[in-house]
Design a protein. Structure first.
Length: 132
């Protein structure tokens, strides 16, 4: 047996290569069992929160503002927004506003909601939401 580049024997190198191949094959099997759209399909199911919502934020400093977002299948849709609403109404979202990242959490009911937000510059506050 020869010695590999890092002083390992070829047997060790072959064993590691086989392990990597098994891991890659396992990931491929998972991808086959759960194709890209399979998990997302359940997220697209109608949500009782679907529709247009106006969110109004009031905070310290220049953290005040409002935005209208659409919820479809429990997902928040809007520019630079990534988030969703659970079937129980728990909202989590992150995004960008005025060049700063924003994290928001809260709770929605059938027509209203409230929560908190925090920007990357430390500015934060509370928000309320009303279904349109």
């Amino acid at each position: 047996m020869g010695t590999g580049r890092w002083g390992m024997t070829e047997t060790v190198d072959r064993t590691r290569t086989r392990r990597r191949m098994f891991i890659i094959a396992g990931l491929g099997l998972l991808a086959w069992q759960f194709p890209a759209g399979a998990v997302a399909q359940s997220d697209v199911a109608a949500s009782s929160f679907d529709g247009s919502w106006e969110f109004v934020g009031v905070g310290d400093g220049d953290c005040n503002g409002s935005i209208i977002l659409t919820i479809t299948g429990g997902k928040l849709l809007g520019k630079d927004i990534d988030g969703g609403v659970s079937p129980a109404g728990v909202l989590t979202a992150s995004g960008r506003a005025d060049g700063k990242s924003v994290i928001s959490t809260g709770k929605l009911t059938a027509r209203r909601g409230s929560g908190t937000f925090k920007r990357s510059d430390g500015c934060g506050g509370r928000w309320t939401a009303t279904k349109k």
